[in-house]
Ligand binder design. Structure first.
Ligand SMILES: *Cc1c(COP(=O)(O)O)cnc(C)c1O
Length: 365
């Protein structure tokens, strides 16, 4: 294992994703006082980069939390009322459950794992609804399905309903344009397609969403977006920021800005295309492996692959590990029959090729 941490391109979990050494080393910078111009300079620089990632001119909230914190923050901004949760996997179910635990009555528009939600069907649900909000997951990391969030958000708006978008394994890898798509609220975390260590969550809310949130009585304190918004517009954060993670983010945003979002989306689409080509090649060589998601509905950042009947998932993962490559087990109820590859963040067709070579070897040996 010596020297392994020097070479990027071995770790393919769909979160946390592999972090470049340069980004890890940025966390060695000394502490600074957060009520200082030095911090405000850093925070302003982070805003510029994050606004590019989110494709927004709105302030980007930065919370010392995992992404689930920002899911809850969005929910807590809704006034009391019924919520319709679009569920097609573990994380979209989590969004529904957070809404319930925060006191909302939740209905679920549920489709089988691996499938996506149809805007027309959503339209039907909302027609008879009386809902205050819709929750949806963009890239469902437990399955690798990509929801049409722009059409879903448009459909919600047609009915005057807020739409909360979890793009935790989307933003930074899958195309998402916050302002032009008119998302009310969209969130992500640090350890997926942005590819820094876990521990930060980010969110953007539209002007009207924040204005309406001021009337929501259950916003609490730590995850109050209205408060985060007030501080962010003054170039500050409400409580002690996770400085070391912000240093890592600063380093990473430099690289993201240099690459450009269009190029970043293209690189992820290229990896997705490569996954498809690899599967077709395996199948034509008689290896019984397949993607559980229909081709046009696949996320560019994560793939869930069904293993051949006779191959035990744990044994497969062990074989892949013996080639010094880490891929993920399937999620929840898919655990024993599938595995997942996270092809996001700083991975590229070159690193993915090594991963796929190891997977193929493990499938046939
Ligand atoms: C990882 C993930 C989450 C939860 O993120 P945490 O950082 O673990 O709180 C939520 N939604 C999706 C789609 C995810 O991939």
């Amino acid at each position: 294992m010596t020297g392994r941490s020097d070479t990027f391109g071995t770790f393919f979990l769909p979160g946390p994703t592999e972090v470049r050494r340069e980004v890890l080393e940025a966390m060695l910078r000394p502490m600074i006082p957060h009520r200082s111009t030095e911090f405000e300079d850093l925070f302003a620089r982070l805003q510029t980069g994050l606004q590019s990632v989110f494709q927004t001119s709105r302030p980007v909230f930065v919370s010392a939390a995992s992404a689930t914190g920002m899911m809850e923050a969005g929910i807590r901004c809704l006034e009391p009322g019924r919520v319709l949760s679009l569920v097609n996997g573990a994380f979209s179910e989590r969004f529904a459950s957070i809404a319930e635990k925060c006191g909302h009555v939740v209905d679920r528009y549920e489709v089988p794992w691996g499938e996506i939600h149809e805007p027309d069907e959503l339209d039907n649900y909302l027609t008879n609804g009386g809902y205050i909000g819709v929750t949806v997951v963009h890239s469902e990391t437990s399955t690798g399905a990509l929801n049409p969030v722009v059409q879903i958000s448009d459909t919600a708006h047609k009915h005057g309903v807020w739409c909360l978008v979890d793009s935790v394994s989307g933003l930074g890898g899958a195309e998402a344009r916050t302002d032009t798509s008119g998302f009310d609220y969209i969130l992500t975390g640090s350890q997926k397609a942005i590819a820094i260590p876990p521990g930060l969550a980010f969110g953007v809310a539209s002007k009207s969403f924040i204005e309406a949130a001021a009337n929501a009585p259950g916003r609490g304190a730590y995850f109050d977006l209205v408060e985060m918004h007030r501080f962010a517009t003054e170039g500050q954060v409400p409580s002690t920021p996770a400085l070391s993670l912000l240093y890592a983010l600063d380093k990473q945003l430099e690289a993201i800005l240099a690459e450009g979002m269009e190029n970043r989306w293209k690189r992820h689409n290229d990896m997705s295309t490569m996954m498809d080509a690899w599967l077709i090649e395996c199948q034509s060589d008689g290896i019984d492996v397949s993607n559980i998601v229909e081709k046009s509905r696949r996320s560019p950042t994560v793939s869930t692959l069904q293993l051949p009947e006779k191959l035990n998932a744990e044994a497969f993962l062990g074989k892949v590990r013996s080639r010094e490559i880490t891929v993920a087990s399937g999620y929840g109820k898919l655990k024993s029959r599938t595995f997942r590859i996270g092809h996001m963040g700083d991975h590229s067709p070159a690193t993915l090729e090594r991963c796929l070579d190891a997977c193929r070897w493990a499938l046939v040996n």
